[in-house]
Design a protein around this ligand. Structure first.
Ligand SMILES: O=C1O[C@H](COP(=O)(O)O)[C@@H](O)[C@H](O)[C@H]1O
Length: 256
């Protein structure tokens, strides 16, 4: 995870050099939170101007704001409470303390994304600026973990969320992984990001990774769906890579 952390720090520095600020979408899960811990521990972390990083989340568990299950709480404990973030740039999805249903929280999150996009659009002075603001701000990097069932964010196989084509954010019910109520960015929203980084470790993810890289249908294998507009990176350990289709493995790769 130190290697992913080093890469993320470098990416944020590069993006800040280019745009003055950077926007990252965080993930929960073992590798997602482990990576944030590794960023906090990295001697290179101060190279990033953390006050100019916009933080969003790919998904959130719809529970109370102090619940240890919250991806945002875990991210604060791992990283955000250790770096000088600008609170107005930290965009946590709503909790069950503030909203009655995950759908209401999803609508609020989508509205805040739209507002960020409109603010960005108003500030954009370039000649090639589109006439209408988009419904999402520019996203530089989306981090995504993958569950053993191949879910990403809170988009689970065969459920409504992974089939969503129009909305940017959905409320999720009946998540097979507890807690059952969640909020998630949709695949079309994720795929507006410049870069999508799939961060995966462990033998229990090998089947999901293998199917995703073999090009399975995202409805059955959500991990197959994410594509960054500039690039899609799979940052995985050897165990998670053990069932990658042979034709995708470089002949000169170690052990081949
Ligand atoms: O519930 C979730 O699970 C996935 C994967 O988590 P992992 O512990 O199996 O790595 C995570 O990406 C997602 O953000 C989270 O809400």
């Amino acid at each position: 995870m130190a290697a992913i952390a080093a890469r993320l720090i470098t990416k944020l520095v590069d993006v800040q050099d280019k745009y003055g600020e950077a926007t990252v979408v965080l993930t929960g899960g073992t590798v997602g939170i482990g990576t944030l811990r590794a960023v906090a521990d990295s001697p290179a972390a101060p190279a990033v101007d953390w006050s100019k990083v916009n933080f969003w989340w790919g998904d959130e568990r719809f529970v109370g704001s102090a619940d240890p299950d919250r991806n945002t709480k875990q991210a604060f404990d791992a990283l955000l409470s250790h770096i000088p973030v600008a609170p107005e740039r930290v965009h946590s999805p709503g909790s069950s303390d503030e909203f009655g249903t995950p759908e209401e929280a999803a609508e609020d999150y989508a509205r805040r994304l739209r507002e960020a996009a409109a603010t960005e659009h108003a500030a954009d002075m370039s000649d090639d600026r589109p006439e209408e603001p988009s419904s999402l701000p520019r996203i530089d990097v989306v981090l995504l973990g993958v569950g053993p069932d191949a879910h990403i964010a809170s988009l689970f196989p065969e459920q409504a969320g992974i089939r969503e084509k129009d909305r940017t954010v959905v409320g999720v019910r009946n998540s097979p992984k507890p807690p059952p109520l969640r909020i998630s960015l949709t695949l079309p929203a994720i795929n507006t990001a410049a870069e999508v980084w799939m961060v995966v470790a462990g033998e229990d993810k090998a089947g999901a990774v293998g199917l995703a890289l073999a090009g399975a249908n995202p409805v059955q294998v959500p991990a197959s769906g994410p594509r960054g507009t500039s690039r899609t990176l799979w940052l995985i350990d050897e165990n998670a890579a053990s069932r990658v289709p042979q034709q995708l493995v470089r002949k000169d790769a170690a052990g081949a």
